[in-house]
Design a protein around this ligand. Structure first.
Ligand code: C5P
Length: 401
């Protein structure tokens, strides 16, 4: 989805709040979103919210003369790769089916020459009404991809089909619609390969409420897992404590500590490639109190004794089940390449992918990676983590070819 442009029309239903999350997910995949908010939609979410999340102006009216000069509605409807209507209300779909163009959203939908995906959400009776059934059939007949709603409890308390699918499911439909509209070479360079990836931080408990951690967000590792799955690999992602959703087609194993991560890696072998992106805590507390350590008011500070954690990467490189290609990561604040070169030898990895966390702080959206191997160094320009992941996966595919 990298570089694709999505025009997202947000209709007036309670499910409109899920469109906000959808904007975030689309952008996380490297695509750009421009939002159109209907009058009804604006009763549920604000243009400000969508503008902030999409980092693009939000269009709300057909009668905005300034925009009509700068960017006519015809142009707006055609500069996208895909038009997504989410949530698509019964009324909006009725007007789409009838070819009515009485507001900005319906005018764009009538004027567009791009594929349209509608994601309906409405009350169960409205969804099952013969008028809606007929309108959906008409839209599908016109080539609009209409996603079937989920079944469940509705905001109005009734039960049945009509719920907006979760944003992750809408993302899969968007990605499918883009692929159908712009067929990519169906090349799956990593088909048949098992790729094992670690991501995120580890948490090393001190007592039941405190732990040692670091600032890793897991974004780069998750992006690599997503890119590897798209390239056809079977992907096992061993994730430390992060708040990211599992990429499509990836098997995820959640762990908390370095030792749990090491055990999960052992259990997931064999693999063709291991990519150890996780920022594993180097040390853990030697003692883990079973109860919360209390401050007793005397000013006495409890000793925090540290012991070294297993080095998962180094151990994997020495193991009998060492994958043919082992890639480590190095987050450094200084002398990035020198440290990466040293790490390559010390850990026994085939490649070390280094990044400067002084210039690109951990947890950010952008990375500039250096792929360090015996063959030399390839320094990639600064780019979103999804794009960096795609390049790295391409290099892996080339190395295995
Ligand atoms: O030694 P350092 O933490 O800088 O090395 C980073 C690389 O080593 C990363 O690939 C990380 O996943 C891996 N690592 C590990 N186990 C540790 C520490 C780091 O696998 N205990």
């Amino acid at each position: 989805m990298i570089g694709k442009r999505i025009l997202l029309i947000v209709g007036g239903g309670i499910a409109a709040y899920k469109a906000c999350e959808l904007v975030r997910l689309i952008r996380r995949q490297g695509a750009e979103v421009t939002c159109v908010l209907t009058e009804g939609g604006a009763h549920f979410v604000t243009a400000m919210t969508l503008a902030a999340l999409s980092e693009n102006p939000v269009h709300t009216t057909l009668w905005d003369l300034r925009n009509e000069v700068e960017m006519g509605h015809i142009q707006l409807s055609r500069q996208a790769d895909l038009v997504v209507v989410c949530p698509a209300t019964a009324d909006l779909m009725a007007r789409m089916a009838a070819g009515i163009a009485d507001d900005l959203a319906t005018t764009l939908l009538l004027a567009t020459d791009k594929p349209v995906l509608a994601v309906p959400a409405m009350n169960v009776r409205m969804w099952q009404h013969p008028a809606t059934v007929r309108n959906i059939a008409t839209l599908r007949d016109h080539g609009v991809a209409v996603l079937d709603p989920d079944e469940g409890v509705m905001a109005c308390g009734e039960y049945g089909p009509g719920r907006l699918p979760e944003p992750e499911a809408v993302m899969v439909a968007i990605s499918d619609a883009l692929t159908t509209a712009h067929p990519q070479p169906l090349e799956k360079p990593l088909a048949g390969r098992h790729i094992l990836i670690t991501a995120g931080p580890t948490h090393e408990p001190i007592d039941p409420v405190r732990y040692i951690a670091n600032r890793s967000s897991g974004k780069q590792g998750f992006a690599i897992a997503a890119a590897a799955a798209r390239a056809g690999a079977k992907v096992t992602l061993v994730a430390g404590p992060v708040t990211l959703s599992t990429p499509h087609g990836v098997t995820r194993i959640d762990v908390e500590t370095a030792r749990q991560m090491a055990a999960a890696i052992d259990a997931a072998l064999p693999a063709d490639v291991a990519i150890m992106v996780a920022a594993v805590a180097d040390w853990r507390s030697a003692d883990q109190a079973q109860q919360k350590i209390k401050k007793d008011g005397s000013g006495t500070v409890p000793p925090l004794r540290l012991v070294e954690n297993p080095d998962i990467l180094a151990d994997l490189c020495k193991s009998a089940h060492r994958p043919p290609l082992v890639i480590g990561f190095a987050a450094e604040t200084n002398d990035v390449l020198a440290h990466a070169q040293a790490k390559l030898a010390r850990k026994g990895a085939d490649w070390i992918v280094a990044n400067d966390v002084a210039t690109h702080q951990m947890g950010g959206e952008i990375n500039a990676l250096h792929i360090v191997s015996a063959a030399g160094v390839e320094s990639l320009p600064e780019m979103p983590k999804d794009a960096a992941a795609a390049v790295l996966v391409q290099r892996i595919a080339d190395a295995l070819a």
